[in-house]
Write a protein that binds this ligand. Sequence first.
Ligand code: GMT
Length: 374
Amino acid sequence: MKIGIVCYPTFGGSGVVATELGKALAQRGHEVHFITYSQPIRLDFFNENIFYHEVNISSYPLFQYPPYESALAGKMVDVVKHAKLDILHVHYAIPHATSAFLAKQILRSEGLDIPVVTTLHGTDISVVGKDPSLRPVVTFSINASDGVTAVSGDLRQETYDAFDVKNDIEVIYNFVDLKRFYKQEKEHFKRFICPNEEKLLVHASNFRKVKRIDDIIRAFAKIKLEIPSKLLLVGDGQERQNMEELCRNLNLCDDIRFIGKLEAIEEVLSVADLFFMPSEKESFGLAALEAMACEVPVISSNTGGLAELNIHGETGFLSNVGDVDDMVKNAIFILQEENLKTFKANALKRAKEFDLNLIVPKYEAYYASVISKS
Ligand code: GMT
């Protein structure tokens, strides 16, 4: 197939899933055309089946806001026509599904039909899409797509509950590349961070408020009273400054380290004992899956699709959002030497159910069914 992929190219789950999907499809012999405003983070190599098309917008004094949606639609029209695409797959409803609709209409006026698949990733539904000014556009754009997928059953249900969506929504979970995410031999790393054989707790995210990193820090303050441990916070974003201040106020600077954005996150995960994801909202939790693939159990909230990934009492534990004491109790249980090994093994076993080689064929089959219906 010739597949066009549209996504946010920056750090963030939806862009990562879209890029990894494109790479995997190219590996399986499909021709993949990425259409984005800059080079996707994980797309910095040559592959004969991968093409990259940048969306450019000319500046003009009249434009207070550059018309990105229109430029994206124009680029989609161009690529569909000249690369002879079979299908367009847009990740994140806003504005990608809307631009795809416009592109589809333009192409139709020229006698061409292009099926469009929209994948809903989470905040496009749970946060951004509920903004009153965007809600009608999101609803319309989802209904106008030829196929719609969601990354968890919970996100699918939330979409039906919050929007007047008539389309069937197919659940296709996030996936992990087990050739990249596995427990590597990085013990020197561990000795450096945990010189006295402390346990290592890790969190990785874009540091948005929705991630509730303050819950992790407060939980850590209690866990370390019971179990010698260190906390590594990976990533950056709007909450980082506040979180650094919280660490200083709680006198935890010697035990908590902020390492900023890190592409090779698997190296840190390889030496971690526990991963924290106490989010307010989380449609799936790709970062937790990547941790599990590296044999790291997960302490998470029970929001969104997290329960579809993290099995309570087996691969980790789930608590109500904000229930820090419950998270502390569960973390201490997992970190006991007699429990840790079993939780680690269970985490890996579960992660294997989301192997890229199992999930990517589901997208291929879905594309084929959408193409055959249109
Ligand atoms: O986690 C984020 O805030 C980034 C966000 C995104 O849209 O880029 O991630 C969402 O999509 C990921 C991939 O499908 C999911 O694994 C994340 O759970 C989801 N984030 C939220 O729902 C908050």
